[in-house]
Design a protein around this ligand. Sequence first.
Ligand SMILES: CC(C)(COP(=O)(O)OP(=O)(O)OC[C@H]1O[C@@H](n2cnc3c(N)ncnc32)[C@H](O)[C@@H]1OP(=O)(O)O)[C@@H](O)C(=O)NCCC(=O)NCCS
Length: 181
Amino acid sequence: MPIRNVKMGKNVHYHDENLLNLYGCTIGDNCKIGAFTEIGPCKIGANVNIGAHCFIPEGITIKDNVFIGPGVVFLNDKHPPSYGLWRNERKTNIRKGAVIGGGAVILPGVEIGQDAIIGAGSVIVNSVTSGDLAYGNLVSNAAELKKKEEKYYKLCMGSWNKLRYLEVKVAQLRECLKKGS
Ligand SMILES: CC(C)(COP(=O)(O)OP(=O)(O)OC[C@H]1O[C@@H](n2cnc3c(N)ncnc32)[C@H](O)[C@@H]1OP(=O)(O)O)[C@@H](O)C(=O)NCCC(=O)NCCS
């Protein structure tokens, strides 16, 4: 696996170039790249740590100080095979200092905000705001989860109150019927 047509920064660390497949990309200074990783034509900032077995194809931009765990897969074609039409779609941006846990899958066109954290094994389908924590499958972020919980709680409380109201009404009706008889 070769390194071809790569604009390599200073002090980039990798064990063995035969265990990488890098082509057409720009790699910033002081990056670390683990074995068996493929990086296509995209721009990687400085001080980026890329674990082993990652796939970073064309259309992905990764800013400085990002941490990418092992086995992270970035995708660029949402509805394959689109025969290159994906190039007209939104691109993926990983902002400064973001952390992406091992085995995460990042769907095309999302933005991972500055210093956001993505849990291991997550499937990220929506953008994640700066500083947010997102984990799990098809879950957007922790703040959204909390909102959903609150909505569910309100819904339950609403039904509970209606039930209590009906119980009181039934009791009153029973009382009336008793008096009437
Ligand atoms: C997402 C993460 C940062 C959360 O860490 P944390 O805040 O310490 O979270 P906790 O371990 O307290 O877990 C909180 C809850 O989230 C769940 N959870 C944690 N990480 C999860 C993940 N990646 N996917 C799904 N659920 C996860 C836990 O099961 C727990 O659920 P519960 O409250 O129902 O028991 C961490 O679990 C993670 O995935 N780190 C990435 C590690 C990695 O890939 N490193 C690469 C270098 S080796």
